[in-house]
Design a protein around this ligand. Structure first.
Ligand code: ADP
Ligand code: MG
Length: 630
């Protein structure tokens, strides 16, 4: 073949038009694409050489070289990979074979506005060179062919390209970008190196650039003639697990997380199936300062075939696992995938599900371990991340059971570390429900009068004091068939836990206290929804509870603190302990002011004990003082 001028396939012209009309706000990605092609070409050679080692010729070390020429205004990307024959150059650089790009072209017909987003979904690869270049000669020679079978492909990126045969002793490809006016920023060692560092650090081949040195006479950086590797040239996650030491995993974690502490746990797997990817995920030991910012993107970096695509690819992890750090390297996603398209991709959904399961399994391993050290680690993990993990119950329905098993709480038996399973194991004969109380602090929860009867009967109650607990409870109703029941909502029904004797006694007490209840209702009027006798109290004279369907006082306070206006705050129900001396005294008190004062003080105290603020603290003080001086 001598010199020939050929026309691009129609679709290529359209792509070129889009590319050159600045669809990319991010020009520098041309280098990522061309380095990625060079790396692919080396991978292909390595693969073909498995059957035919002669393809290596006298150059067994695969590498990529990048350099620029200020005078000529060119950037060259050279690889000693598989190269292209003349036919291949025409075929691969002149037409679009990939179905993805065809789909893209089909999608182009529609709403033109969306094109800028769409193009991100389908890699335009080689043609991205025309973002910064107005002429690109490509010299290549296929591995295994004679030097005379080289090819020079050239195009200005408009309608046509030229091909001619050349003699090229070395196998592989040179892509030469003749920069457009205005793209001089790329004629810089620093610029090129930083773009390579950003996107191609983990390409497993060395990327070499010419070393430079400061020349005092010329007052400029000059080339020394040496070459040096500018990338790390090692993608840890692509290596076999057995070849990686624990120290290497730890070092890599430090590098990607900037966390000085070693991670709690990590997992490294190659996943094959509908979509193929490698995951290397770490759970940090300490929470970052911005853990509470739900808008913060995730900590997982996305690579496609070892080419860096983006940091913090939040679509790869559910929000509640935003503290997980690591790398996902997909074999299937296109290089130009955008954040928007990640959200919709079925492959990404499969990756997210796979990663979630892995992280949960990793946590289960630590949580369920019999080793004391591991147990202590899990306790610390829970202190750091427990509240975030609880967000998961509403977010991740598929894994709610696994999540619930990982949860830990304080209870009336232990200040931390109680799992639902522990609780269920300790349930009393005849107990069906898992009892809990919510409060602002552990001390307030422990001091709740509502707990008294449970304490007396030796029934454990979970003490929930995280802000997120109320949210968790709105999504979690039961654990393995046991309903979660608040001890501060509705009438206590200990059901089978109360014997006949106790029930009779309670009924009798309620009957006897009926006149007092009526007097209290009258005295307290609008302040309460109801007054009734309860069996839940042992040491306290009274407590407040809310009706079964009403919002708990704790949640109401939280919402108020968050600036939310509540439709109508649920009124409390005052429950009295008919056996208590103070209540008996009240019963014998005459009507009139003294009774009213006592009634209001009883209610105010119950509200205070429960953690509420009094609407009229001055009135409370006045009444207490009146009673004290009476
Ligand atoms: P993709 O890399 O997704 O296939 P590109 O547009 O980046 O798409 O490249 C198109 C094709 O051109 C490649 O599939 C490959 O066959 C060929 N090609 C590009 N660059 C090189 C290179 N440096 N060496 C060998 N072949 C190349
Ligand atoms: Mg490519």
């Amino acid at each position: 073949m001598n010199k020939q001028t050929l026309s691009f396939q129609a679709e290529v012209k359209q792509i070129l038009h889009l590319v050159t009309h600045s669809l990319y706000s991010n020009k520098e990605i041309f280098l990522r694409e061309l380095v990625s092609n060079a790396s692919d070409a080396c991978d292909k050679l390595r693969f073909e050489a498995l059957d035919n080692a002669a393809l290596y010729e006298d150059q067994p070390n695969l590498e990529i070289r990048v350099w620029y020429d200020e005078a000529a205004r060119t950037i060259t990307i050279r690889d000693n990979g598989v190269g292209m024959s003349a036919e291949e150059a025409v075929q691969h650089l002149g037409t679009i074979a990939r179905s993805g790009t065809r789909e893209f072209m089909a999608a182009l017909e529609g709403d033109k506005k969306k094109d800028a987003n769409l193009i991100g979904q389908f890699g335009v690869g080689f043609y991205s060179g025309y973002i910064v270049a107005d002429r690109i000669p490509v010299d290549s020679r296929r591995a295994g062919l004679a030097p005379e079978a080289g090819v020079r492909w050239t195009s200005e990126g408009t309608g046509e390209f030229e091909v001619e045969t050349i003699t090229r002793p070395e196998r592989g490809t040179d892509v030469v970008l003749h920069l457009r006016a205005g793209e001089e920023e790329f004629l810089s060692q620093w610029k090129l190196e930083s773009v390579i560092g950003k996107y191609s650090d983990h390409i497993s081949l060395p990327i070499l650039m010419k070393a430079q040195q400061w020349d005092e006479e010329k007052k400029a950086q000059v080339e020394t003639g040496e070459w040096r590797t500018v990338n790390k040239a090692a993608a840890l996650w692509t290596r076999a697990k057995s070849e990686i030491t624990d120290q290497q995993y730890q070092d890599f974690y430090k590098q990607i997380s900037y966390d000085a502490e070693p991670p709690l746990a990590y997992t490294h797997n190659r996943v094959e199936g509908r979509t193929e990817y490698t995951q290397l995920l770490y759970v940090p030991a300490k929470a970052p300062f911005d853990l509470w910012n739900r808008d913060k993107r995730g900590g997982v970096k996305l690579y496609v075939k070892r080419v860096f695509i983006m940091d913090d690819a939040e679509a790869l992890m559910p929000v509640y696992l935003r503290f997980v750090k690591g790398v996902v390297d997909s074999a299937d996603l296109p290089l130009n995938v955008s954040r928007e398209l990640l959200q919709e991709s079925r492959d990404v959904k499969a990756i997210r599900e796979g990663c979630t399961k892995r992280v949960l399994a990793m946590l289960e391993d630590v949580a369920d371990s019999d080793d004391a050290g591991q147990k202590a680690k899990y306790a610390e993990f829970w202190r750091q991340f427990g509240a975030v993990m609880k967000e998961g119950i509403g977010e991740d329905h598929a894994n709610r059971e696994r999540l619930a098993k990982l949860y830990r709480f304080a209870s009336t038996q232990a200040d931390e570390g109680v799992s639902f399973a522990d609780y269920v194991k300790r349930m009393k004969e005849g107990q069906d429900d898992i009892y809990y109380i919510t409060a602002d602090t552990l001390a307030a929860a422990k001091a709740s009068p509502q707990l008294e009867i449970f304490g007396k009967k030796g029934i454990e109650v979970l003490l929930l004091t995280d802000r997120v607990d109320e949210w968790m409870l709105s999504h979690l109703y039961e654990f393995e068939g046991h309903a979660l029941a608040s001890v501060a909502k509705g009438a206590v029904d200990l059901g089978k836990l109360q014997d006949e004797e106790e029930k009779k006694q309670a009924e009798a007490a309620a009957e006897a206290a009926r006149p007092l209840v009526e007097r209290l209702k009258k005295a307290l009027g609008e302040r309460v929804k109801d007054v009734r006798v309860t069996t839940r109290l042992v040491d306290s004279p009274a407590c407040v509870v809310v009706d079964e369907g009403d919002m708990s006082a704790h949640l109401a306070r939280m919402l108020k603190a968050a600036g939310q206006t509540l439709p109508t705050a649920a009124k409390p129900i005052l429950e009295i302990n008919a056996e208590h001396a103070l209540v008996k005294r009240l019963d014998s008190a005459e009507g009139g002011e003294r009774f009213e004062d006592l009634a209001h003080v009883l209610l105010d105290q119950a509200l205070l004990a429960e953690g509420s603020q009094l609407e009229d603290p001055a009135a409370y003080v006045r009444r207490v003082n009146a009673l004290l001086t009476a």
